[in-house]
Design a protein around this ligand. Structure first.
Ligand SMILES: Cc1ncc(COP(=O)(O)O)c(C=O)c1O
Length: 408
């Protein structure tokens, strides 16, 4: 990596944002200017190990050569057609993504929230057209502490008051049950239920991994009760947990899988609703769409992402390095860490509140060259690129140990 001569310093750029940029984020005070692999560099040339990986949008690291090459090749040929016409990249993307997930059909969108919104629309349409739910009566059962995005419909069924308050009125038709509770789910699902929509692992809630048997239980219950199982794998999917999809840990195939983040290879926003044919077939021309969804650049990058995952290498790395991560964190329990949850290269770490908030710990880690993100309270989340090496990961764990081992 070569450094750039900064036009403005990090501090100046942070100050410059304040009056002109909406304050809907509270970023760590680091201004990234370049990146490669698991490493980023700020405008002054300081290097940091990226242990957040764009909330899993960078599963393959920054600027993975195969993804950058696919994007460059496509940029030189065709970037956008809209779905008013066919483009020569979309069929292969859909074929390979469907095969990768063990499902049949793909509805290409752009962001994660759009995939969730689209999944909700598809589930409702299926409830009316196939299940026979009376018009406008369909319900969708979701879990407490969910995170599915930021649209008004989605925050309407969030249980996080910060995400919800001030944005109503909300879309009706959602029932919230505790996560990881099959009995509550059983009680909430009835003849109006179009779908159960859950994250197989709740990322924003702090990487909450359900008990063994929960996902298989959701699959059994939804099949028995005649509603869809919609798995939001936008953060958990595409290699992060050591499998292509997190539901594979319980050998479960949902009716609908929502994908995003890493599907765009950290280059362009690419998301998708992937489903059984009987489900996605409910959409007809004019009933849903997106100007950018399925554009040739997105399809080219998405296909290159699928190609990387077809090798199995990234899933294997996540599983193997996940052991290093788990063992490293287990050794810190009682030494600044009060508990943690992990699967593959993904962990939610509860730091001793006496050492500070998750934000304060994240800032200390940043000063030591490690970029992480807090979630709630004193929990920090670790989700490095799946390309990270064992040595880099061990180094990161030593930095965590060092920062938690002292009070400053
Ligand atoms: C599980 C899950 N679903 C949906 C989303 C929303 O994705 P996006 O920010 O691309 O809209 C996220 C983002 O963090 C997520 O973690």
């Amino acid at each position: 990596m070569t450094s750039v001569v900064p036009a403005r310093s990090s501090a100046e750029l942070i100050d410059a944002e304040e009056p002109v940029l909406a304050h809907n984020y509270h970023p760590l005070p680091v201004v990234v200017a370049r990146a490669e692999g698991a490493w980023v560099e700020d405008v002054e040339g300081r290097r940091y190990l990226d242990m957040l990986a764009g909330y899993s949008a960078l599963n393959f690291g920054h600027r993975h050569p195969a993804l950058i090459e696919a994007a460059h090749r496509q940029l030189d040929r065709l970037t956008l057609t809209s779905r008013a016409f066919h483009n020569d990249r979309l069929a292969e993307f859909a074929e390979r993504l469907a095969a990768l997930t063990g499902l049949d059909m793909v509805l290409p969108m752009n962001t994660g929230a759009e995939a969730v919104e689209s999944g909700i629309k598809v589930a409702r349409k299926w409830a009316y057209d196939v299940k026979g739910v009376p018009a406008d009566r369909a319900t969708i059962v979701v879990a407490a502490d969910n995170f599915h995005g930021r649209t008004t419909t989605i925050v309407g069924f969030s249980t996080d008051e910060v995400a919800r308050a001030g944005f109503g009125p909300f879309t009706p038709g959602f029932r919230v049950v505790p996560y990881n509770d099959l009995e509550a789910l059983e009680a909430a699902v009835d003849e109006t239920t179009a779908a159960v929509l859950i994250e197989p692992i709740q990322g924003e809630a702090g990487v909450v991994v359900p008990d063994d048997g929960y996902l298989a239980g959701v699959r059994e219950l939804t099949r028995r009760k005649g509603c869809l199982f919609v798995a939001d794998e936008i953060q958990s999917g595409l290699g992060r947990t050591g499998r292509t999809l997190a539901v594979e840990h319980e050998s479960v195939v949902p009716d609908v899988v929502l994908l995003g983040k890493a599907l765009g290879g950290g280059i362009v926003p690419v998301s998708a609703v992937v489903a059984r044919r009987e489900v996605l077939r409910v959409l007809h021309p004019g009933e849903h769409g997106s100007t950018f969804g399925g554009n040739p650049l997105a399809a080219a990058v998405g296909t290159a992402v699928v190609e990387l995952l077809e090798t199995g290498e990234f899933q294997r790395r996540a599983a193997e390095l996940g052991v290093v991560l788990r063992e490293g964190l287990a050794a810190l329990v009682g030494r600044g860490v009060v508990g943690f949850r992990s699967r593959g290269l993904w962990a939610g770490v509860d730091v001793d509140p006496a050492l500070g908030t998750g934000r304060e710990v994240s800032e200390r880690l940043m000063r030591e060259g490690l970029l992480v993100k807090d979630t709630h309270g004193s929990t920090i989340r670790l989700a490095p690129p799946l390309t990270i090496t064992a040595d880099e990961l061990r180094g990161a764990l030593r930095t965590v140990e060092k920062v938690l081992g002292r009070r400053d």
